[in-house]
Design a protein around this ligand. Structure first.
Ligand code: SAM
Length: 264
């Protein structure tokens, strides 16, 4: 199982669902009584669900450390074998969980066991992330790094766009999909996190962490090394632009909210 730090989850989810929650409409949150957020991590979605619904919202994750950031009620457990009774929630939902599981269909079937009504998944298509940047080569290099990384992982990081098929195969009916584009911007004045991200680009640290994954795919060591050199030069340019308050970056991650009715 890929590990996530609390800092990674808090920064990548910052601002998510802050601008518009229309894509959550099919979850009928205002009418829910018991909601389970599976793979809740630090509770970024759990908090949104608690704001939108009068339901008791339980956060569940395999990682006890992440779960410590989530206000109770919370449960430690495995998405593939949920430690709860059949039909004990009227909505079982996850965000950015299925893209990290080798067998997402098994998790969706398990969600259906536990839900009396609706199952939902909010999943990205990580191959369709778009970046624009005032540092010229950044968009192209980010795309290349993403391609090499996605070739090296064994789960389906693009699942968001096709989750409806997984839901239907698991016996869910009336399956709907809504899209939510999560936009992340870096503009002056720069946050501490943005400055740290630029430093990591210039040092190549970020890519070094992903090297092993990239090599597990089609990438050769030379390709990864060349990418890292170009990445570091781009990082130095980002820092220079930041010092002049001229750096701007926009990233859009397309998420898809898929929902389906559990069989009676
Ligand atoms: C990308 S994070 C998403 C966290 C949160 N839903 C969010 O959107 O910020 C994936 C989460 O799924 C959890 N996870 C991965 N495999 C799991 C499993 N088999 N059972 C329960 N949780 C799991 C991880 O610990 C992590 O917290």
């Amino acid at each position: 199982m890929r590990e996530f730090s609390a800092e990674y989850l808090e920064t990548t989810r910052a601002g998510m669902w802050a601008d518009s929650r229309e894509a959550l409409a099919d979850l009928d949150l205002s009418a829910r009584e018991r909601v389970l957020d599976v793979g809740c991590g630090t509770g970024e979605l759990t908090r949104v669900l608690r704001e939108e619904s009068p339901a008791e919202v339980v956060g569940l994750d395999a990682d006890r450390g992440l779960l410590a950031s989530v206000d109770p009620p919370r449960l430690q457990g495995d998405a593939l074998s949920l430690p709860v009774a059949d039909d004990s929630f009227d909505l079982v939902v996850c965000q950015a969980l299925l893209v990290n599981l080798p067998d997402p269909a098994a998790a969706v079937a398990e969600f259906a066991r536990v839900s009396t009504d609706l199952v939902a998944a909010i999943e990205p298509n990580n191959a369709a992330v778009s970046v624009t940047s005032s540092a010229d080569p950044e968009a192209h290099l980010a795309q290349r790094a993403r391609e090499l990384y996605l070739q090296g992982i064994s789960t389906d990081a693009t699942l968001g766009a096709d989750a409806a098929g997984v839901f239907e195969a698991a016996g869910l009916t009336d399956v709907t999909t809504a899209r939510y584009d999560h936009e992340r911007r870096i503009d002056p004045p720069y946050s501490e996190h943005a400055v740290e991200a630029a430093r990591r680009k210039a040092s190549g640290e970020g890519l070094a962490t992903d090297r092993e994954t990239m090599l597990a795919g089609d990438a050769t060591p030379e390709e990864v090394d060349d990418l890292r050199e170009a990445w570091r030069a781009m990082g130095r340019d980002v820092i220079a632009q930041m010092q002049a308050d001229e750096y701007h970056r926009r990233e859009v991650v397309p998420f898809f909210v898929t929902a389906g009715s559990a069989p009676e």
